[in-house]
Design a protein around this ligand. Structure first.
Ligand code: C5P
Length: 322
């Protein structure tokens, strides 16, 4: 029996399997505006897709079923937090696409996770994006990229970016995207914490800090332009100086040891480090690939992180493998 893997033959794999993968993201700029009546915050964010991928394999089956392997799965060494049932975003993605296309939701889904869950890296969004792309091919639903982006936005604010990849400015609740040109490769080291952070909890902490007057109210957002200009062509120091995340302060409040983690990254020579999204992953900028490898080895030796990964971006969004 042929078994499709991330490096495998994709659409031509045995059992009619279709394989897709999607990347993690880092927000190199995350400006959070006021809370909207719908419970979301108005954002101005710059997403960068980085080379840490989850893979979703879908196969013909009767009804929906799901298996999860790797980071956050029940069988993993780390904290188990990824449900293998209808609570998982990939299950909801399958039902949504089936309804949209007027087909029966028949498929077995396998999610191979490398992106840690509840880490601020959009791992769940990557899984949903890869599922939409894979099932569109398996079911022959012929959804356009625009259709998939609209369905993705119903699943989560970051799903449209997981589909698009590259670099993009996100507005609205993060689902409205305009691509941004980046002429060079950016190397990073991701320092992954032992325990995840809940995104709504971090946003709620930001609201509480603002309500208490400990932080400005969010009416005046910092412009994403310096980050966009730096991303286009560098130099590294320009991006290092422009990195900015409004969720970092509340994440540090909820997880004070993150201060030490950020310090460890700059002590190890990173030009800059910030919390990725709602955290608790620390994204440390590196000068180049060699610097990222050196930084990764040094940070792994500090014992501050559960896992340390050298990555680069921009990389492509969700797409079929093979
Ligand atoms: O869209 P997603 O399901 O990823 O959002 C998870 C939670 O994060 C939301 O329920 C909300 O509490 C918070 N959020 C927000 N503003 C955004 C995006 C997310 O407040 N723009």
């Amino acid at each position: 029996m042929h078994h499709a893997t991330s490096g495998g033959p994709g659409r031509l794999a045995g059992n009619g399997a279709v394989v897709a993968r999607a990347p993690a993201k880092v927000n190199v700029h995350l400006g959070v505006g006021p809370l909207r009546p719908d419970g979301f915050h108005e954002l101005q964010t710059v997403f960068l897709a980085v080379s840490l991928f989850d893979t979703v394999t879908v196969r013909p089956a009767e009804g929906l079923s799901l298996a999860v392997r790797g980071e956050g799965s029940a069988a993993s060494n780390g904290p188990a937090s990824v449900p293998a049932d209808r609570r998982n975003l990939v299950w909801q993605a399958a039902e949504l696409l089936a309804r949209h296309a007027g087909v029966t939701a028949d498929a077995h889904l396998e999610v191979d996770k490398s992106i840690p869950a509840a880490a601020g890296l959009a791992g769940g969004s990557a899984d949903a994006a890869a599922t939409l792309v894979a099932l569109d091919a398996l079911w022959g639903t012929r959804a356009t990229r625009g259709d998939l982006a609209r369905l993705g936005a119903q699943l989560g604010s970051d799903v449209p970016f997981s589909l698009l990849g590259g670099v993009a400015l996100g507005t609205g609740r993060g689902e409205q995207l305009s691509p941004v040109l980046a002429r060079r490769r950016w190397d990073w080291v991701l320092g992954i914490a032992g325990e995840g952070l809940s995104t709504p909890t971090v946003y709620a902490e930001l609201d509480a800090l603002r309500a208490a007057g400990s932080l400005p109210d969010g009416a005046d957002l910092v412009s994403p332009e310096p980050v966009i200009a730096a991303l286009r062509s560098g130099p590294t120091e320009a991006l290092a100086a422009a990195l900015d995340n409004d969720l970092q302060a509340p994440a540090l409040r909820l997880r004070p040891e993150l201060r030490r983690a950020l310090q460890a990254a700059t002590d190890a020579g990173a030009p800059a480090a910030l919390v990725s999204g709602s955290g608790p992953t620390v994204a440390a900028l590196a000068a180049d690939e060699d610097d990222a490898d050196r930084l990764a080895a040094e940070l792994a030796g500090t014992g501050v992180f559960r896992d340390v990964r050298a990555v680069h971006g921009p990389v492509h969004g969700a797409r079929l493998v093979g």
